[in-house]
Each structure stands twice: as structure tokens, then as C-alpha cells.
Design a protein around this ligand. Structure first.
Ligand SMILES: NC(=O)c1ccc[n+]([C@@H]2O[C@H](COP(=O)([O-])OP(=O)(O)OC[C@H]3O[C@@H](n4cnc5c(N)ncnc54)[C@H](OP(=O)(O)O)[C@@H]3O)[C@@H](O)[C@H]2O)c1
Length: 340
């Protein structure tokens, strides 16, 4: 079967990972990646053998920098079946008419709001509803992390109410332009934070409220999640339910910090030290009546990457069974039982 041809528009934190993840699959291929500036990230794309596409007015700059562009962004789109838009939040919306003009299927990221596609995606929650769709939004890292645990518990026990507090990494490791360097920022002051409503864009029936703080770190978010469920349960029941979901993994061996998780992924030589799974501390699961609380860590740069691959597979109708797509994506990416 011919591979589905994918354009990756925007080759930054998310785009470079999506491109590599597509390359790892056997049913889809990367037509090219786009950059506006011929900087160090473009140089890496060139080194890795990706065809680079750029705005027409920048073709000369790429040529001069020794990494000639394969063409314009419009030309990349014309050669493709589907585009994954990984441009900064707010830019993706401006690209919509470009995709419509070529009649391309399109995926946007969580930096765009729900109405851009009218359908927000998380593989464990609503894969089936994405089959054959033309436009989809893959929700943000925090929302992905919340949807995975909520939908898993909802299927097993029924979720009545969720209250979650989020300590958000301030910026990604390579971002030298933003802080905070020494502060905890209420993000935002007015509650709830946007994460709860965003979860409801995937799981509309969930009663959820969230509050978020930005903390001076680049390594992962931490969530304190509290759920009320419809059935009696023990901490052991919750552990068993979480362990049935392949993109949830348990953290042990004395790890008490995000930096120790990242150190482990560097040590076991995961690509870019990426953690594609939710990391839950099973020891933290505390149950009281039909209510429980736990800690999880979410690697912002990585957690949405397998979701993009599953979204492509559903939209291109390469696989109608969500569980099979998740398994195929996981295997190709290399999710394995490395020690944590
Ligand atoms: N970073 C995260 O933790 C994270 C997690 C989940 C979801 N997201 C979402 O994913 C999306 C991308 O975020 P990101 O963090 O990957 O951004 P990023 O690191 O800033 O990368 C954005 C990329 O888009 C390129 N770009 C900018 N304007 C463009 C345009 N008009 N046309 C084509 N390419 C353009 C940039 O290249 P130039 O520098 O050459 O302009 C850059 O390669 C956002 O919606 C964000 O909210 C981010």
C-alpha cells in the first residue's frame, strides 16, 4: 500500500519530533519540513536528510546559508496528502486558507483553539471519532496528559468530578527568550485555567476544574489530579487500571523529581530523552471513599507526538481500530520497559 505523504509545517520543538516519528512508521512518509529561518534547527533538518521548504521570499537566504530549500511551503503542500501544522500557536490559524486552497487534510496542535478544527483529539479518548476526518486538533501536552488518565478511569469506574492543579514548566529547554527565572507565576490568576475546558473539548461529559502555576524549570510539568468516581475502589484497583494503558507508566526506584526522570531517559538513550508516556507515582495514589489523588509528570516536548501519529492514521483511514494504531505507533517509536 502506498504510504501517506505528510508535510510538517514548522520544524521546532514539536515539528522535529513529529517528523522523526513519521519516519519511524511504515505506513506514512515525510514529504518535507518547513522553516522560515535558515538557523541551527534548519541545519539539523538538512543534516538529517529532510527536504526543507520555506516562504518564497526566503529561498535565497537558505541557498546562501548552504542548505538550499527544495521549494516553497505551497509547493510542499501540493505534494502532500496531509499536513501537520507545528507552527507557533496562533500562526496555524493563519495557515488554514493555504490548506483549504490545496484541499489538504490538516492537523493542528494545542496552541490553536478548538474551533479551528471543531474536533479535538486524544487517541485513548476518541480515536474512533477521528476516522476519515479532514481537520483535527491534537490537544496540548497538559490536556493530553489529563485526557489519558481521565478517559482510562472513566471507562473502568465512571468519573464524576476532576480537580487538577498543574505546575507548568516555564519554557522549553532551548527557549532563551522567556522566563520566569526566579518566580512562581499564577497562570492565570483568574480560575479556572484553560486546561479544564480544553479537556472538555475531548471529553465533554467530564466535570473538571483546573488551576495552573508556571514554575522556573524546563523539565516537565507536574499535575496533582483528584478524581471522584462512581464505584468503590482501592489504590490497588487504580494501579491495575492505569497499568492497562500503554501510554501511562509508573515511576519508582526512589525517583521524586522530574529531573530524575529526565536523567533516566538520557541514560537509557531515548531519542532526545523523550518521555511519550504519562509518568505516575503509584505510591502517591491516595483513596478516600470514591475519591482519589495522585501525582503525574508530563514531558511537554514529547507527550503529544504519538497522538499526532494516531491522528494521521485515523484521518487517512489506515487503521480503524484505535488500540491497534496505538500499539503500532508505540512499537515504532520504541516505548519499552526501561527502568524508572
Ligand atoms: N513546546 C511544547 O511544549 C508544546 C507541547 C504541546 C503542543 N505544543 C504546540 O505545538 C505548536 C508548536 O509549538 P512549538 O513549541 O513546537 O513551537 P516552536 O518550537 O516555536 O516551533 C515552531 C516552528 O514553526 C516555524 N514557523 C514559524 N512561523 C512559521 C510559518 N509562518 N510558516 C512555517 N513555519 C513557521 C518556526 O521556524 P522559524 O524559526 O524558522 O520561523 C519553528 O520551526 C504550538 O501550537 C504549541 O502550542 C507545544
Amino acid at each position: 500500500m502506498a504510504k501517506v505523504k505528510i508535510a510538517v509545517n514548522g520544524y521546532g520543538t514539536i515539528g522535529k519530533r513529529v517528523a522523526d516519528a513519521i519516519r519511524a512508521q511504515d505506513d506514512m512518509e515525510v514529504v518535507g519540513v518547513s522553516k522560515t529561518k535558515p538557523n541551527y534547527e534548519a541545519q539539523v533538518a538538512h543534516y538529517l536528510g529532510y527536504d526543507i521548504y520555506c516562504p518564497a521570499e526566503n529561498i535565497g537566504a537558505f541557498e546562501k546559508a548552504g542548505m538550499p530549500a527544495a521549494g516553497t511551503i505551497e509547493e510542499m503542500l501540493e505534494k502532500s496528502d496531509l499536513v501537520v501544522d507545528c507552527t507557533p500557536g496562533g500562526i496555524g490559524e493563519k495557515n488554514k486558507p493555504l490548506y483549504e486552497k490545496v484541499g489538504l487534510k490538516a492537523i493542528w496542535q494545542g496552541g490553536e483553539s478548538h474551533p479551528i478544527a471543531g474536533f479535538s483529539f486524544n487517541a485513548a479518548s476518541n480515536y474512533q471519532q477521528a476516522i476519515g476526518r479532514d481537520i483535527v486538533r491534537v490537544v496540548s501536552c497538559n490536556t493530553t496528559g489529563l485526557c489519558r488518565v481521565i478517559s482510562t478511569i472513566d471507562k473502568a469506574l465512571g468519573v464524576n468530578k476532576v480537580r487538577a492543579s498543574l505546575a507548568r514548566r516555564a519554557v522549553d529547554p532551548n527557549n532563551i527568550k522567556k522566563g520566569p527565572v526566579d518566580a512562581i507565576v499564577l497562570d492565570p490568576v483568574k480560575l479556572p485555567s484553560h486546561h479544564g475546558p480544553d479537556v472538555r473539548s475531548v471529553l465533554p461529559h467530564i466535570n473538571i476544574t483546573t488551576a495552573a502555576l508556571k514554575v522556573p524549570t524546563t523539565e516537565m510539568h507536574i499535575h496533582i489530579v483528584n478524581m471522584q468516581v462512581d464505584k468503590d475502589c482501592t489504590a490497588e484497583d487504580i494501579k491495575k487500571i492505569f497499568s492497562s494503558e500503554s501510554r501511562i507508566r509508573f515511576v519508582g526506584n526512589g525517583i521524586t523529581a522530574t529531573s530524575e526522570i529526565m536523567e533516566t531517559t538520557r541514560d537509557v538513550k531515548r531519542s532526545r530523552s523523550d518521555v511519550w508516556e504519562n509518568c505516575i507515582w503509584p505510591e502517591s495514589i491516595a483513596v478516600s471513599d470514591r475519591e482519589f489523588t495522585f501525582f503525574q509528570a508530563i514531558h511537554q516536548e514529547a507527550v503529544t507526538i504519538p497522538e499526532n501519529i494516531d491522528a494521521i492514521r485515523a484521518m487517512a483511514e489506515l487503521e480503524t481500530d484505535g488500540a491497534k494504531s496505538i500499539e503500532k505507533t508505540n512499537k515504532a517509536l520504541g516505548l519499552s520497559n526501561w527502568p524508572l
